[in-house]
Every structure is written in structure tokens, then in C-alpha cells.
Design a binder for this molecule. Structure first.
Ligand code: AMP
Length: 376
């Protein structure tokens, strides 16, 4: 029996545990929160990620460790890696935790990124805005997610307020990218170095949080193959093992810029639970425990709708025979991801018809109409 330890006990760990059960895997989680939703399916050690005694106990109870949370201190990941196999490796995790290092590596690997500059002081911010121009986005280098730790600057008047809000931590200033759409590559690499990517996914955000995904993303300009090649280069360079996501800004004409890498299963890969031959959670576990990877082929076009703040009635989704409901077992709270639905279509037209019905039924036009526009 293989025991997998997961640092972080949120919905990603929960869905890993569910996907790992048929593989005969057992799970332990370590999370500081007493109501971690993965603990409904796996025994939890309640402790801070920096608690050496707890990490030691955790290491003794599992055969391999992985993450549902990318901001586990790299030092803790290294501590564990001295005791047991840890995937992705702590170096890859550390790289993805720092936007400056990450973008620097993307550039070294020949990938386009927004213009960027490191910023530590107000004067550096002034100089950086002079070079990069407005609009631009100031971000904390570390610990940002779902649009948190970001400030958009439209003119010189925004420099001081932006720095007052974020200047307590090392920062990166990025040019604002006037992208046509956002897409992501969700991919997996095995311990043996085999690389597979799921079909390209198109994503929509609301208030910095993923709102909907469509797979496969329409790709009239042949962006997917270039994006997969970039993801593969990156995975090999980092000797990455497991699932990761590469978030891209599509500029049109088959050109794209890389925004960031998520070193874990990713919200924009949730559609794979019903829309692909093997879901991201199962393939992440296969990679981590050293099993052969499953096919990432598309089964049918799928739309993922995120439930942020509250859940609609399950029946609204389940009434449709290709509708799948995922409840994370969390207490609803504003801005919190509490679940998602995967809506699968036999055809694009059927998918669009169903989304039209759902937009009315759920009164969620703002969330669903942008997806419908692409499908119709
Ligand atoms: P991030 O935390 O970097 O993934 O940013 C969250 C979201 O903010 C992205 O998905 C984009 O919608 C938007 N965003 C981030 N950086 C930029 C940028 N440089 N230009 C335009 N939009 C951005």
C-alpha cells in the first residue's frame, strides 16, 4: 500500500484523495486549518508548514509527498526531501513561488513574457514605471494568488498608493498585457520524464478568480502546439514530476506571452474530471508514485463553472444528463471557492444549448455568457 502525503488540505488535496482511491493509494494531509476540506477523506495532521516535529511525523507516515498548495515554505519542502521522495522537487516549487525568478527562467527558455522589473524601493518603482510605461501591474513576487497582492497603475498618481499597499514585500512591476484571451496548458511529467498535455483550455476570470474554463479552447491560429512545446521545455528544465499549469496570454496571430506557472494541479484543469480520458488528479498521483501516465485525450468538449462564495442547487446541474456537480464540503464564504460543475457536451452545439439554459436557470449570465460567445 502506497501512502501519499499532501501538504495542504484544500479542495485540490480532496480531489486527489478521491482520484487516488481506485489506485489503492492512501493519503495523509498536513494543513494548519482545523476544517481543511480534504480531512473529510484523509487523516490530517493539524500543524503549521514550518513545524519541524509535525513534518517529521508526517514524513514517517507516508512514502511520498506532494502539494496542494504552492506556498508551502521551500525550506519545509527541502526538509521533507531529505527524508522521502517529494514531487514536484523543492527547487521547482521554489522557482514557481517567485514571480521574478519564474519570469527570468521563462525568458531564458525563449518564452515571451510581459516586460518586467524587480522593485524593492519607491524610487525603483518610479524608474520601472518610466521604463515600462502605463498601464502596468505591480505584484508581490511571492504569495500572490487569485489576483491578491496586485495593484494596477494607470498613471504616475498611482505610484505612491500602490507602493504604500504592497511595498512591505519584494515586488515585480509588469507591463499590462492587452491580451485577446487567457488560455492555459495543463500538463504532466512522469518520474521517467514522459510529458503529456491535456487539450488547451480557455479561461475567464472574475475579480482575479477563475470563473469558467472551456476545453478544448478554439485554436484557429495554431497556438496550442507552441504552448505545449514551451510547457515541455520548462518541465524538462525543472526535472518536474507531477501536474502543473502554465497560464498564457493569447495575443492573437498564434503569439502568446507566459504569465505564470502553477506547480500543482490547477483549477483550469478541473474539466478533465469528466472531459478527458484521465483527469489531472489521477495523472498527478500516477506521476508522483511512479505509475504509468494515463491518456490526456479529450472525451468531449467540456465547460467548468466555478462556484465562488456559494453553491447553486445541485439539481440545476444534475438535471442535465451530462452535468456533474463537485461540492468541496466547505463552509460558504464570500470569495471562497466552494465547488464547481463540469458541463459536458456531445457536441459544441449541445454544450452551448445547455449553457444557455443554465445561464437563465441560475441567473449567472455574467459568468456564462462569455463562454457562450465563444461556442456559438
Ligand atoms: P496572476 O496572479 O498573475 O495569475 O494574475 C491574475 C489575473 O490578473 C490574470 O489571470 C490576468 O487576468 C490578470 N493579469 C495579471 N497580470 C497581468 C498583466 N501583466 N497584464 C494584464 N493582465 C494581467
Amino acid at each position: 500500500m502506497m501512502r501519499v502525503g499532501i501538504l495542504g488540505g484544500g479542495q485540490l488535496a480532496r480531489m486527489m484523495a478521491l482520484a487516488g482511491a481506485p489506485l489503492g493509494l492512501q493519503f495523509r494531509i498536513l494543513d494548519v486549518s482545523r476544517d481543511a476540506c480534504a480531512a473529510q477523506f484523509a487523516p490530517q495532521i493539524v500543524a503549521d508548514y514550518t513545524d519541524r516535529d509535525a513534518l517529521e511525523r508526517f514524513a514517517a507516515e507516508v512514502d511520498v509527498a506532494t502539494f496542494d498548495f504552492e506556498n508551502v515554505p521551500a525550506e519545509s519542502a527541502r526538509f521533507l526531501a531529505e527524508r522521502l521522495p517529494v514531487f514536484p522537487n523543492p527547487k521547482a516549487l521554489a522557482l514557481a513561488q517567485d514571480r521574478l525568478h519564474e519570469k527570468t527562467l521563462f525568458r531564458e527558455l525563449g518564452m515571451g513574457t510581459a516586460e518586467f522589473a524587480a522593485v524593492e524601493h519607491l524610487e525603483e518603482l518610479r524608474a520601472a514605471t518610466a521604463r515600462i510605461g502605463f498601464p502596468c501591474v505591480l505584484k508581490t513576487r511571492r504569495l500572490g494568488y487569485d489576483g491578491k497582492g496586485q495593484y494596477r497603475l494607470y498613471s504616475a498618481a498611482d505610484i505612491e498608493p500602490a507602493f504604500a499597499e504592497l511595498g512591505h514585500a519584494p515586488l515585480i512591476l509588469e507591463a499590462f498585457v492587452a491580451f485577446q484571451r487567457e488560455v492555459s496548458v495543463v500538463a504532466v511529467r512522469s518520474r521517467q520524464g514522459e510529458f503529456r498535455a491535456w487539450p488547451l483550455t480557455q479561461n475567464w476570470h472574475a475579480s482575479g478568480i477563475l470563473s469558467a474554463s472551456l476545453a478544448p479552447a478554439p485554436d484557429p491560429e495554431g497556438l496550442a502546439d507552441k504552448a505545449f512545446a514551451a510547457a515541455e521545455r520548462l518541465a524538462h528544465q525543472l526535472d518536474y514530476v507531477g501536474v502543473f499549469a502554465l497560464e498564457l496570454f493569447d495575443l492573437g496571430g498564434g503569439e502568446f506571452l507566459v504569465n505564470e506557472m502553477a506547480p500543482r494541479v490547477h483549477n483550469s484543469g478541473h474539466w478533465t474530471q469528466q472531459g478527458a480520458m484521465t483527469c489531472q488528479f489521477a495523472n498527478h498521483l500516477r506521476a508522483v508514485v511512479g505509475l504509468p501516465l494515463g491518456s490526456t485525450e479529450l472525451l468531449a468538449p467540456t465547460v467548468m463553472l466555478n462556484w465562488v462564495g456559494d453553491l447553486p442547487a445541485r439539481e440545476t446541474i444534475l438535471e442535465y444528463r451530462r452535468g456533474y456537480f463537485h461540492d468541496y464540503g466547505k463552509t460558504p464564504r464570500a470569495g471562497r471557492k466552494v465547488g464547481h460543475a463540469n458541463i459536458v457536451g456531445a457536441t459544441h452545439d449541445e454544450l452551448a444549448d445547455e449553457l444557455e439554459r443554465l445561464a437563465d436557470r441560475l441567473d449567472r449570465h455574467a459568468q456564462i455568457d462569455p463562454v457562450l460567445k465563444v461556442l456559438r
